[in-house]
Design a protein around this ligand. Structure first.
Ligand code: AMP
Length: 532
């Protein structure tokens, strides 16, 4: 027997229909790269998205075609999210901070057909265009100088169109993560997973949205689906305030002028805001909820935001988990706790939102589940309807035999379900919210004639959360200086990947299977301090 309720596929186009119908006049404000400010609303976003579906169809773009964006946060980017999925297409947000070879790889791997971009990224387009044969149409969001401008492109249409007919398990969005070794990997979200994830963001302990909430997401739309905010924000009918520039002065002004109640960003963003406020004597913006994620939120940051009256929602997630996995929220006995106790709890990574499950397992034996005792640390694994099963175009699942995704993070789970991350097994370093591959740094370094072995690990850094430090064993009888190693690396990796320090050591610890043991190296240098 089947249940007897209505058929209503879980499609993300329902989100924009709802936002336009029920919250049509709620504003979407944008501060553009040229300093201009524009205002539209959810009804306007939907109308433009429908016009975009007409323009895409006229260009022969339809079901499962990849529509890429290379852009900062703004209202036209938001329109494109819904316009791309509205033709049954797959929205592919590209991180403009990736290197040329990564950009070349992902656009070709995704087989992007259309690319919409900000004029600020014209140099990337000029450099990469010849390497991207699949892209048939370039649209520039804010200038008509080198490609058709977005406004001109949709201007000839009236928005009198229908969303494409798709099913809830059809794909709607593609994000690549470089937070793993090897080439970036594509995570292909579907309508159902995205809608369920958006609804999870409405749980009070997630973003804590109210009918009058005003959200300024600093987290980019190209990063882990902007933590799902363009979808969840439509469900909640939020007023969105977008800034196409990440200048702390602009962000603080917008927060004050537009009555922003909620914001979300990686720790480096909040630090930039603190520094600007301290340097200029500007009052720290008053927020109801400050969401921090992408890297561990430091205690001093949590304290300062909490003292300023905000609830700090410290969140953990991954591109592979859509991304929300856990969020910290006040517990039932919050009022009985001292301020310091509250800060200590918020500094952990929070508890799972309803819809996903976490477990920790033995690092060497994934079948051995560990107790949730707040002490025994192990590999963090997750499962749920918005967690990856298989990377885009991969021929094998990314899950364990019993269906869990291993996150590459290491931590403990406390008896009340709070997650506390302690380490990472994946060989990457996260600096200012962006990934650096330690393996690539090491491989480049061992090309130096005096280097026998090299190991890169992330060391805590007050501004960038982590910065790479390279530990080097010299070849017998050979010599070189730290400056020479850095100079050697400088044309092999991006400038911001260059290690902050090179330390010469007699040996590098190895595991039983002969791999470099980053854990032992980190333990050995646990007191290491980077110069600021
Ligand atoms: P990404 O897919 O680029 O969003 O990166 C996901 C990874 O960032 C996670 O697997 C963690 O290693 C790290 N991460 C995200 N949020 C946090 C957090 N709150 N604390 C510590 N690490 C985090």
């Amino acid at each position: 027997m089947l249940g007897a309720m209505q058929d209503w596929d879980l499609l993300v186009t329902h989100l924009i229909d709802h936002a336009a119908r029920e919250h049509g006049t709620r504003e979407i404000v944008t501060y553009w790269a040229d300093g201009q400010q524009t205002r539209t609303n959810w009804a306007g976003i939907r109308c433009d998205a429908l016009k975009m579906t007409q323009a895409l169809r006229a260009a022969g773009v339809g079901k499962e075609d990849r529509v890429a964006t290379l852009a900062m946060n703004h209202s036209r980017h938001l329109v494109s999210w819904y316009g791309a999925v509205g033709v049954g297409g797959i929205l592919h947000t590209i991180n403009p901070r990736l290197f040329d070879d990564q950009l070349e790889y992902i656009v070709n791997h995704a087989e992007d057909k259309v690319l919409l971009y900000d004029a600020a990224f014209q140099p990337i387009i000029d450099k990469m265009k010849a390497l991207w044969p699949s892209v048939e149409l370039y649209i520039c969001y804010d200038s008509g100088e080198h490609a058709t401008s977005f406004e001109d492109w949709i201007a000839g249409y009236d928005g009198n169109a229908q969303w494409a007919e798709v099913g809830e398990r059809d794909p709607c969005m593609l994000c690549y993560t470089s937070g793993t070794t090897g080439n970036p990997k594509g995570v292909l979200y579907e309508h159902r997973s995205t809608l369920l994830h958006a609804i999870s963001g409405l749980q009070p302990h997630a973003f804590d949205f109210r009918p009058n909430s005003v959200m300024l997401p600093v987290v980019p739309m190209f990063h882990a689906a902007s933590w799902g905010l363009p979808w969840a924000g439509a469900a909640a009918g939020l007023k969105f305030v977008y800034s196409a520039v990440n200048d702390p002065m602009v962000l603080c002004d917008l927060m004050a002028d537009e009555g922003v109640t909620h914001s979300a960003g990686v720790p480096t963003v909040w630090l930039g805001i603190f520094q600007y406020c301290d340097a200029t004597g500007t009052a720290l913006p008053k927020l109801d909820v400050a969401t921090i994620g992408g890297s561990a939120a430091p205690k001093f940051m949590i304290e300062r935001l909490m003292k300023n009256g905000a609830r700090v929602a410290h969140a953990w997630g991954m591109t592979e988990t859509s991304p929300i996995g856990t969020v910290g929220a006040p517990t039932h006995d919050w009022a009985d706790k001292s301020f310091d106790e509250q800060v200590a709890i918020v500094a952990m990574q929070g508890r799972p939102v309803f819809g996903v499950e976490l477990r920790t397992v033995d690092l060497d034996d994934f079948t051995k589940e560990l107790p949730r005792d707040g002490k025994t640390s192990g590999a963090l694994q997750i499962r749920g309807p918005w967690v990856i099963k298989r990377y885009f175009k991969a021929d094998q699942d990314a899950t364990t035999a019993d269906g869990w995704f291993d996150t590459g993070d290491v931590g403990v789970i406390h008896p009340d379900g709070t997650l506390q991350l302690t380490d990472r097994t994946k060989d990457v370093i996260k600096s200012g919210g962006e990934w650096i591959s330690s393996v690539e740094l090491e491989n480049a370094a061992v090309g130096h004639p005096a280097v026998a072995e090299a190991a890169a690990i992330g060391m805590p850094h007050p501004k960038w959360d982590e910065r790479p430090v390279l530990f080097v064993v010299k070849k017998d009888g050979a010599d070189c200086s730290a400056a020479e190693v850095i100079e050697y690396l400088s044309d092999k990796v991006a400038k911001w990947w260059l290690p902050d320090a090179v330390e010469f050591v007699d040996d590098i610890p190895h595991t039983a299977t002969g791999k470099i043991s980053k854990k032992d190296l980190r333990d050995r240098f646990s007191d290491y301090k980077l110069a600021e």
